[in-house]
Design a protein around this ligand. Structure first.
Ligand code: AMP
Ligand code: ZN
Ligand code: ZN
Length: 447
């Protein structure tokens, strides 16, 4: 990316000028690869250099190992993660995800410090009855549309304060949130080789100080995929655990050669549990014509009366779920009052597969084409310890040997903002649910 010849550099400057003169979003360039490979090339958004003050700041790499349950290190062994914990902090009994314990809501909670009901990404796919539109993580258009996302993600916070950021995948990182994208980011490509993801992060950290990102995200999906397909107690999960643990080892070894003050934080979005039984269809209990829309387990009624009818039809029908009117969901779930959650709200009481109806032919999950998944997540972490995720952190700002009791993942946001010296007291998006007090104890004395 950086080694453009002078002609293309000139063209870039000219285009940037044309765009900014036209009052459009910052100019975006893609890596110089053939068009067919563009999905896997880093995209650069010109935000200018790191300010002088930001160049003096440390670096934070936030890694997500999707679906890496808190107890996998003990079950399958993960020497590189263990070493990170020994050198810094860890939560041996897990980090608590927000409800629902699924991928997009939790990744976006981690980078905003907000519960899903406050940041608005309440599921991987949901309906917005006011917009009358469906958001889906599988639809590149909605995924990249910043108007769906609330809060101020860490990369936006950094960019707004003159610090460059990079995302090697993260839910929301392709969207123009508040009109801002990370200086460097990637279009999501499940098949992008893991070792090359690590190599790209190390390449970013070798850019000149003015261009070098201080906040970087990195993401691996292997452990989640193996957990769904084979269950949390399978040899396949063991293989995936070792694969991503090796990547952490590669990353740590690479960082060791850079001589930069880097804090490495490795987390998961949620855990995994073995599913009990086959799909249960809520549609068997009521006339689904009462719904304007349904998506997996979420129901969007045509009217207040319809919501009450659906609620009455579901209430007490099965001990596999509890049902609440939106507005009366137990406070502990933090899943109440956002219309995107639907009405009524169904909360599974165990590891059950609950949906409104069989999806139309062809719309099934490509990951599980033959029958229900063996492993699943999404359940209430307060009643299911298997939903808890890993947390490891080490680096110059983290005290060695800190062992934390379980804490909620909303608290990572104020911790990372604090390490990077980013101000979160004047966010235009308002109050943050996380609190620095919760994790402050793991910071080095200098803080
Ligand atoms: P879940 O259905 O909650 O288990 O979601 C996990 C899946 O989300 C992964 O297997 C990925 O395919 C997908 N995923 C993760 N990150 C992204 C992203 N940034 N963009 C699109 N899809 C993603
Ligand atoms: Zn996930
Ligand atoms: Zn998953």
């Amino acid at each position: 990316m950086r080694k453009r010849n002078w002609l293309s550099a000139l063209r870039f400057v000219f285009l940037a000028w044309v765009f900014s003169a036209a009052g459009l979003a910052p100019a975006i360039t893609q890596g110089q690869l053939p068009a067919s490979q563009h999905t896997s090339a880093p995209i650069t958004v010109e935000h200018g250099p790191n300010t002088a003050a930001q160049q003096a700041k440390p670096y934070v790499i936030l890694v997500s190992l999707d679906g890496f349950r808190y107890d996998y290190p003990r079950i399958y062994r993960s020497p590189n993660l263990d070493a990170l914990g020994a050198r810094g902090a860890s939560a041996p009994e897990g980090m608590i995800p927000a409800y629902p314990s699924i991928t997009f809501p939790n990744h976006y909670t981690i980078v905003t410090g907000l519960y899903p009901e406050h940041h608005g990404i309440v599921a991987n796919a949901f309906y917005d009855p006011v917009r009358k539109q469906v958001y889906s993580y599988k639809d590149p258009q909605t995924e990249a549309d910043g108007t769906w996302y609330g809060g101020t993600p860490l990369w936006v916070l950094a960019e707004q304060q003159g610090m460059r950021a990079a995302c090697f995948f993260w839910p929301g990182s392709e969207a123009d949130i508040q009109g801002v994208r990370p200086t460097y980011y990637m279009k999501y490509d499940n098949k992008f080789p893991n070792a090359q993801r690590v190599a790209q992060v190390l390449t970013w950290l070798q850019l000149p100080p003015a261009e070098r990102p201080h906040f970087i995200t990195l993401y691996f999906s292997d452990v989640d995929s193996a957990g769904h397909a084979h269950g949390p107690d399978s040899p396949e999960v063991g293989v995936a655990v070792h694969e991503v643990d090796d990547e952490i080892g590669r990353l740590v070894a690479g960082l060791g050669k850079l001589n930069l003050p880097v804090d490495l934080i490795v987390v998961a979005d949620h855990g995994m549990v073995k599913v009990d039984g086959d799909w249960m269809n809520l549609g068997q209990y009521f006339d689904t014509g009462l719904l304007e829309k349904s998506l997996e387990g979420f129901m969007y009624p045509r009217s207040e009366a319809a919501a009450e009818q659906v609620f009455a039809a579901l209430d007490g029908k099965s001990d596999k779920f509890k049902v609440y009117r939106n507005g009366s969901v137990p406070a502990g779930l933090r899943f109440d009052g956002n219309l995107r959650e639907g009405d009524p709200v169904v909360v599974p009481t165990g590891p059950y597969l609950i949906r409104v109806n069989v999806p139309p032919a062809g719309a099934g999950d490509a990951m599980h084409p033959s029958g229900p998944p063996v492993g699943m997540h999404g359940y209430d972490p307060a009643h299911m310890p298997e939903m808890k995720a890993i947390f490891f952190a080490a680096g110059p700002d983290i005290r060695a040997g800190e062992k934390l009791a379980p804490f909620e993942n909303v608290n990572l946001y104020p911790l990372i903002a604090h390490i990077l010296g980013l101000d979160i007291s004047h966010l235009t998006t308002g109050h943050v649910d996380g609190d620095l007090k919760v994790l402050r104890g793991i910071l080095d004395k200098a803080h």
